[in-house]
Design a protein around this ligand. Sequence first.
Ligand code: SF4
Length: 222
Amino acid sequence: MKYPVNEVFETIQGEGVYTGVPAIFVRLQGCPVGCSWCDTKHTWDLLETNRVEPELVIQVDGTIGRWSHLTSDQLIHRLKQKAFTASHIVITGGEPCMHDLTVITETLNKAGYSTQIETSGTFTVLCSDETWVTVSPKLKMKAGMAVLPQALYRANEIKHPVATQTHIEDLDALLTNIDVANKTICLQPISQKKRATELAMRVCIERNWRLSIQTHKYLEID
Ligand code: SF4
């Protein structure tokens, strides 16, 4: 099975439960969700004209929509060539769950990597049992796609972007029939706005949820 890889880079996970953990990010190309504030719009289209050689997507340049088809084994080979030291791999996008991620996550786990997926929850999540699944529900976005119950059931972590009280109410409605006892719920202020941060902090304290700050944006790193 081949995956359309946009870029691969090593950095520190900047948000959510794994904040501060060294990680290799594997960004897959393609996303139909249409969030207006998306900071990776270059990953939306999977254009054949932007298909490049694998070497190019292993170098960091997340500003264009280029991509290359890689198998899991080819990906691991490239990671070893780059001599990355992180053992945690974050598969992100774009929307990675447009693809069946079972093979890539199982192969990476067998090779000794821990795996994490970051998804909008709008596609069925297919991955290894040991993969940590972070669902960041994208509600009422341009494409009008629903967040799937399967994705919420499978989630280990639900990381919700918030700016206003309406976003909290949307999350409450989404989780009405979901057992969250064994899940970590994080609120993540959108765009580092002071009002959003204060709202997220207040609700996290009230409900014993976690605050997720996009530390990489404060640090001005990828
Ligand atoms: S789901 Fe993610 S990649 Fe897709 S539009 Fe929204 S923020 Fe961007």
